[in-house]
Design a protein around this ligand. Structure first.
Ligand code: CP
Length: 524
């Protein structure tokens, strides 16, 4: 079975480290075959089917990604279509899912999409798979993210990793890299938080002024992945540090995505991330510069006098774009990849229980909370936001009342103090409650760590302790706070929000990757 056939690439983590190393081996083989004039080997990479439909849909400008994919599709002798988005029915308010379902129905297998809307390829991967199934199309449509807003650019990450390896004798032991420029908006550097796990040991120096700094969630991710991460406000400050990287990855200030306030400071910001001749002597031996490009013709952060120097790694990097994308298309089309040997995968641990019924056996104490005794029939939700400030607990209980639909009942809520002196919230409601598992899951999502007491005839009939669910979805009032996300209601795409718990107990949007606390995932 071909492990790659029908796979989408929405974020770099969709391909494991071993899968990417395999892809890079194939790129090496292809480049060598072309260089050596080995036509038979070169042709073994081709899809070679004029009916195999590849669609390019670019809703943001592009030269390299679009043209390298176009040339890659032509290499494959496949049917390439570039959708003309200026006069499509997008302009009549058609949704992404209706548009791409339609194109799948015309026997198109692979879609390459660049959009401002974050998470759009993940949504379409799910949506169009269902369309293909219910219409008996007989294939799984593949979606390749060619850059989605500020989120990720996984195919750029592939060619970047390939270029670093090529320039480093294929060594995967250690990488020391400086990421320089607009780290806030730069989706290519965001893909590096997971992408650089290809190397066993990674040191990342982040060089950007505060206004363009790497978002906290990506820094956290890098640290969780074991990278040694340090931030610097400018190149000149960075070069005072004794340990300078021999790989520099520049990104362009994305002025089109910045507000007026930041634009007023653009000269100062550019200066802090632009390389100057006086810095040359401070670079370690064998340093290489990379850039996903484009480079601004008036304000290049890698000045053009460096083009003819050994620092120039960005030209080969750009050339590698086409070869990497040829191999990627060949893999997801199922043309190559049969000889991939699956790595041993760690066994998935069973998800821990996130709603635990407290029975007499696992009850720590027989004491009941202060709200329980006065109620004959009803519920008491206790230990809400234990340890937080009273005003935060009160504010959160207002949200919980709405999330749990508790406003129509008699009862009340207050902030109390536990024996250990910590504040906690308590909500009680009077009446007969028959909470379903889904409703208790809502409670676990809205207030992990609380306890739910169900009281009948003055007795605690059932008691549950809630923990953070590993995945939260299927509630209509969940919403990702990122307005650029496909699942945000401002996009009107009717995509239900879904979140995964992160190792640091927050919730990451399944589409755009934005990280939230549990207090932020329900509509306020
Ligand atoms: N590197 C990159 O994405 O370039 P384009 O915007 O020209 O596609």
């Amino acid at each position: 079975m071909n492990r790659f056939k029908g796979r989408s690439l929405c974020v770099i983590d969709d391909f494991s480290k071993e899968e990417r190393l395999y892809l890079f081996r194939k790129v090496r083989e292809l480049k060598k075959a072309i260089k050596d004039g080995d036509d038979e080997k070169r042709d073994s990479f081709r899809i070679n089917d004029p009916d195999f439909g590849i669609y390019e849909v670019f809703l943001e400008d592009s030269t390299r990604t679009k043209e390298s994919f176009r040339n890659a599709a032509e290499f494959h002798h496949a049917k390439l279509t570039e959708m003309s988005t200026d006069n499509s029915s997008f302009n009549k308010g058609e949704s992404y899912s209706d548009t791409f379902n339609t194109l799948c129905g015309y026997n198109n297998r692979i879609f390459i999409i660049r959009s401002k809307v974050e998470g759009v390829t993940r949504h379409l991967q799910e949506e169009c798979a269902r369309y293909a199934e219910r219409n008996g199309l007989g294939f799984t449509p593949v979606f390749i993210n060619a850059g989605d807003g500020k989120h990720e650019h996984p195919t750029q990450e592939l060619l970047d990793e390939y270029s670093f390896l090529e320039d480093n004798d294929w060594n995967t032991d250690y990488l020391h890299i400086a990421l320089v420029g607009d780290l806030f908006h730069g989706r290519t550097v965001h893909s590096k938080a997971d992408g650089l796990t290809l190397w066993s040991k990674v040191k990342v120096d982040l060089i950007a002024p505060e206004e363009l700094a790497m978002p906290e969630a990506y820094i956290t991710k890098m640290k969780e992945n074991g990278f040694d991460v340090t931030e610097y406000p400018s190149i000149s400050e960075y070069l005072k540090n004794g340990d300078v990287a021999n790989k520099w990855y520049f990104t362009r200030p994305q002025l089109e995505r910045m507000g007026e306030k930041i634009l007023q400071k653009q000269d100062e910001l550019r200066k802090s991330i632009t390389f100057r001749e006086e810095f040359m002597s401070l670079l370690p031996e064998n340093t290489k510069f990379y850039h996903p490009l484009p480079r601004h013709k008036v304000h290049p952060t890698i000045p053009t006098f460096l083009d003819e120097t050994p620092l120039n790694g960005w030209e080969k990097q750009s050339i590698n774009g086409m070869y990497t994308r040829i191999v990627l298309l060949g893999l997801v089309a199922g043309k190559i990849g049969d000889d991939f040997v699956e790595e041993e995968r760690p066994e998935r641990k069973n998800e821990e229980e996130w709603i635990v019924e407290v029975t007499p056996e696992n009850k720590k104490t027989r004491e009941v909370s202060e709200g329980v005794n006065p109620i004959r029939n009803g519920i008491v939700i206790d230990h809400i936001l234990k340890g937080e400030l009273p005003e935060d607990i009160r504010r959160h209980m207002i949200l919980m009342r709405r999330v749990m639909g508790l406003d129509g009942y008699k009862g009340g809520e207050w902030v109390s103090q536990s024996k250990d002196g910590k504040y906690k919230g308590i909500i009680f409601r009077v009446g007969h409650f028959d909470l379903s598992k889904k409703e208790i899951k809502r409670l676990a999502a809205a207030a992990p760590g609380c306890t739910l007491n169900i009281i009948e005839d003055g007795e605690v009939k059932r008691k549950y302790r809630t923990h953070m669910p590993p995945r939260i979805y299927n509630f209509s009032d969940l919403m990702c706070t990122n307005e650029a996300c496909i699942s945000n209601e401002s996009q009107s795409e009717h995509v239900g929000a879904m979140f995964y718990r992160t190792p640091d107990n927050r919730y990451k949007c399944a589409y755009c990757g934005r990280v939230h606390t549990f207090k932020e995932i329900f509509k306020h």
